[in-house]
Design a protein around this ligand. Structure first.
Ligand SMILES: Cc1cc2nc3c(=O)[nH]c(=O)nc-3n(C[C@H](O)[C@H](O)[C@H](O)COP(=O)(O)OP(=O)(O)OC[C@H]3O[C@@H](n4cnc5c(N)ncnc54)[C@H](O)[C@@H]3O)c2cc1C
Length: 410
């Protein structure tokens, strides 16, 4: 028999949790259903050989206005406000200072063109200098920032994020994933291992078919990644097709992390950074001993993450080879595989974070609209400018919760 629920939230990531926190604060008792065996979604901290590692979100971007900063401090989590060192090539290894300055200028000039003279095509690559010396570098950066090549990115969308972000990028030594999971109020009911298969409209409310039975709710907050909506993994009523189309215009980029453990004598200093190869998009950003941990965190963005198609060992080998090319062959002895993410392989996630295809910056607003006072949409992709982030996801959940609560009170 179908359960009768006032507010059902689909997805237990930062957006679903943001919605649950808001509804609980408003005195409601939502149910959150999550396909995985854990909550947090793309916020996931693991422990590997004694090291806490964030496989997904890690940085409190725009930390000075990021809702998670306050939640962390309320819950007793320490916030580390040190500036990141990405962009500072350790000892200029493989990237002479003059080249770093030239690459930085080329990137800034490209970003400036996106704002001042945006391409009519809205395609970010159309603002690149033809055959520009640093186009590979710029593509590596968009791989890290958006998970995709400039050819795939809407200029308008890219700029919306950049305009709104602040310079504060902070960290949580206990892990961003730990915080997001811990922030769910104990009063909120959660069913993990419960995958939603279909959403049907009923005379009053919504019927949700899950892998563990059918639920009936007055209002449903859909807080799943755009990949899930776009590929039909949840069967939606035909009337909701415009939301599926909007989600398809906001695909998830690809970003993965490869973690190496540092053992024994090693030439690696705390809180340092190297870009593997500054002249190609197919490279990693290697954060060395983050917060002093004996770890190198290799960030593979866009096409560079494709190395993982051949499995985790290919990712470890790629990361180690890039580091050895800069630090010398002795460095190899000090490195051993620790952990690797596989976001694009998780069926209910399917990638890293959303970007808008050229001409589709407006898809975020379309996806964020409620349907018929019974379906409400949240998730990082629905935020007008803090998309791609855990705080944008949270705030989108709050927005959807307020909409659902207001409609239920009418
Ligand atoms: C490698 C990487 C690094 C990142 N770094 C940062 C960073 O430093 N800072 C930052 O702010 N952000 C970062 N992000 C982005 C951030 O993690 C996400 O934007 C945010 O966590 C997304 O939250 P969400 O709730 O929108 O989606 P998700 O976290 O994906 O949650 C959606 C949930 O819905 C569930 N679901 C899907 N389908 C179903 C179904 N049919 N039934 C039930 N449940 C379903 C999924 O399993 C998932 O748990 C990073 C992401 C990645 C992958």
């Amino acid at each position: 028999m179908a359960d009768d629920i006032d507010f059902l939230i689909i997805g237990g990531g930062a957006a679903g949790i943001g919605a649950a926190r808001r509804l609980a604060a408003l005195g409601a008792s939502p149910l959150d259903v999550e396909a995985l065996d854990r909550i947090g979604g793309r916020a996931h901290t693991i422990e590997a050989r004694g090291q806490r590692l964030d496989l997904g979100c890690e940085w409190l971007h725009s930390g000075d206005r990021n809702v998670w900063t306050g939640i962390a401090e309320d819950l007793g989590f320490r916030v580390d406000r040190r500036d990141p060192v990405w962009g500072e090539q350790f000892r200029d290894l493989g990237f002479p200072a003059a080249d770093q300055a030239a690459a930085g200028r080329a990137f800034d000039a490209w970003a400036e063109r996106l704002i001042r003279s945006p391409p009519a095509s809205d395609r970010s690559s159309d603002a690149l200098e033809p055959n520009g010396e640093w186009n590979g570098f710029i593509a590596a950066m968009t791989g890290f920032i958006s998970g995709a090549a400039p050819e795939r990115l809407s200029a308008e969308d890219y700029v919306a994020y950049e305009r709104a972000a602040t310079e504060a990028n902070w960290r949580l030594p206990a892990g961003y994933g730990t915080l997001v999971a811990a922030s769910l109020p104990a009063s909120v009911a959660v069913r993990t291992d419960t995958r939603v298969e279909a959403i049907d409209l009923a005379a009053r409310g919504v019927v949700v078919v899950t892998s563990r039975g059918t639920l009936r709710a007055r209002a449903v907050i859909v807080a799943v990644p755009t990949s899930v909506l776009a590929d039909g993994a949840i069967r939606l009523p035909p009337e909701v097709d415009p939301w599926r189309v909007a989600a398809a215009a906001l695909p998830l980029g690809r970003d993965e992390k490869v973690f190496l453990e540092i053992i024994g004598d090693a030439p690696f200093e705390d809180e340092t950074y190297v870009l593997g190869n500054p002249r190609t998009a197919r490279t990693g950003g290697h954060y060395i001993r983050p917060l002093g941990a004996p770890v190198i965190e290799c960030f593979l963005g866009g096409g560079a993450a494709d190395v993982l198609d051949d499995g985790p060992d290919a990712g470890f080998a790629f990361a180690v080879d890039e580091i050895v090319a800069l630090f010398g062959s002795d460095a190899r002895r000090s490195l051993r595989p620790l952990a690797v993410s596989n976001w694009s392989q998780i069926a209910t996630i399917g990638g890293a974070y959303s970007y808008a295809l050229p001409g589709h910056a407006g898809a975020r607003a379309l996806l964020a609209k409620p349907f018929d006072d019974c379906l409400f949409f949240a998730g990082e992709a629905t935020h007008p400018f803090d998309f791609t982030t855990a705080h944008g996801a949270h705030d989108s959940g709050v927005r959807a919760a307020d909409e659902a609560f207001a409609s239920a009170s009418r």
